[in-house]
Design a protein around this ligand. Structure first.
Ligand SMILES: Cc1cc2nc3c(=O)[nH]c(=O)nc-3n(C[C@H](O)[C@H](O)[C@H](O)COP(=O)(O)OP(=O)(O)OC[C@H]3O[C@@H](n4cnc5c(N)ncnc54)[C@H](O)[C@@H]3O)c2cc1C
Length: 260
C-alpha cells in the first residue's frame, strides 16, 4: 500500500520568530521543523504500510528556501522519499493555493492508496487544506480520524466527535485527516537519521508542476489577513479544595469540558 503524507514544515514553536508587519504573515526565513501535528500522520502511515506488508510512505511538503529540516525528521522516522515544492512565486500563497500546489505534487507520481494530513497545522491552522485537497484530487474526504484500518480496498476510521466517535468507511483511494495525539510518533533512531540523509527529496517548482504562478502567491490569493492580535493571556486554573467531596467537583468539571 502506498501512502502520501502531507507534512508542513513550520518555525520552531519554542522560537517562532516574527510576523511581517506589512503582510501579517509569519516570517519563514528561519530553520523550519516538522510540525508535530504531522508526526502523527507519518506514524500512522508507517504503521499502515507495515500492516499491509508492503508499499511506501512518501512525504509531500510546500516550504520556502528549499527547506528540508522537517522532511529529514520524517524520513528518519521511516518514510521512503519526499516531494518538496519550493518556489519564490509561492510567497503569500493562501490555504486554497497551498491545496492546489499539494494536489499537483501528489499527482506527479500518480494517485496513492491513501493521502494523510493532520486536521490542522500548529502555526497557521485554517484547518481547511485537507478537505480542499480531497476535492481537488477527486477523492472522498474522511476527517478527524483517531484510528485508521485498511482492508479489502476500504478504509475504516474512528472519527472523533464531541461525544465519542463515529465509525466511517469508504473505498480507497481516499484522503484522511488525522487528529493529534492518537498514536505515539516514534523517535528517529540513529540508524534512521543516518539513512535519511541519503533518501531522495525531489525538489520541484511551480513550473515543474504546471502551476500558473498567477494562481498562487500574493497574486492568486483569495484570502487576506486583515488583523492580527496578541492571544489573551491564559487565566489562572481553578483550585478545587478537597473537603471530602472534591472528586465530585472534578468529575463535574471534566464532564463540562467533555473530556469524560
Ligand atoms: C493571505 C495569506 C498569505 C499567506 N502568506 C504566506 C507566506 O507568505 N508564507 C507562508 O509560509 N505562509 C503564508 N500563509 C500561510 C499559509 O498559506 C498557510 O499556512 C497554508 O496556506 C495553509 O496552512 P494551514 O496551516 O492553514 O493548513 P491547515 O489546513 O491547518 O493544515 C492541515 C494540514 O494540511 C497539511 N498542510 C498544510 N499546509 C501544508 C504545507 N505547506 N505543506 C504540506 N502540508 C501542508 C498538513 O498536513 C497540515 O497539518 C498565508 C496565508 C494567507 C491566508
Amino acid at each position: 500500500m502506498n501512502v502520501v503524507v502531507c507534512v508542513k514544515q513550520i518555525p520552531d514553536p519554542a522560537d517562532p520568530g516574527e510576523l511581517d508587519p506589512e503582510t501579517k504573515t509569519l516570517k519563514r526565513d528561519v530553520k523550519l521543523i516538522l510540525d508535530e501535528s504531522d508526526s502523527y500522520g507519518v506514524e500512522m502511515a508507517l504503521q499502515l504500510v507495515d500492516n499491509a506488508g508492503g508499499g511506501e510512505v512518501t512525504l509531500v511538503s510546500m516550504a520556502p528556501n528549499s527547506e528540508v529540516g522537517g522532511l529529514r525528521t520524517a524520513l528518519a522516522m521511516g518514510a521512503a522519499s519526499a516531494v518538496l515544492v519550493s518556489d519564490p512565486a509561492l510567497q503569500g500563497t493562501d490555504a486554497l493555493g497551498t491545496a492546489r500546489v499539494l494536489a499537483a505534487a501528489i499527482q506527479k507520481n500518480g494517485t496513492p492508496d491513501l493521502v494523510l494530513a493532520a486536521t490542522e497545522s500548529s502555526d497557521g491552522y485554517t484547518g481547511t487544506v485537507p478537505v480542499q485537497l480531497a476535492e481537488l484530487l477527486g477523492l472522498p474526504s474522511v476527517t478527524f480520524a483517531k484510528s485508521i484500518e485498511v482492508a479489502d480496498n476500504q478504509v475504516k476510521i474512528e472519527r472523533q466527535t464531541e461525544a465519542g466517535y463515529d465509525e466511517v468507511e469508504c473505498p480507497i483511494p481516499a484522503l484522511v485527516s488525522v487528529t493529534a495525539g492518537v498514536v505515539e510518533p516514534r523517535y528517529p533512531s540513529f540508524k534512521g537519521i543516518m539513512a535519511a540523509k541519503s533518501k531522495p527529496v525531489d525538489e520541484v517548482t511551480c513550473g515543474d508542476l504546471g502551476i500558473d504562478a498567477g494562481s498562487v502567491g500574493w497574486a492568486g490569493g483569495g484570502q487576506e489577513i486583515v488583523l492580527v492580535e496578541e492571544a489573551e493571556a491564559r487565566e489562572a486554573g481553578e483550585i478545587i479544595e478537597d473537603d471530602g467531596e472534591g472528586f465530585q467537583k472534578i468529575v463535574e468539571l471534566l464532564d463540562n469540558l467533555k473530556v469524560i
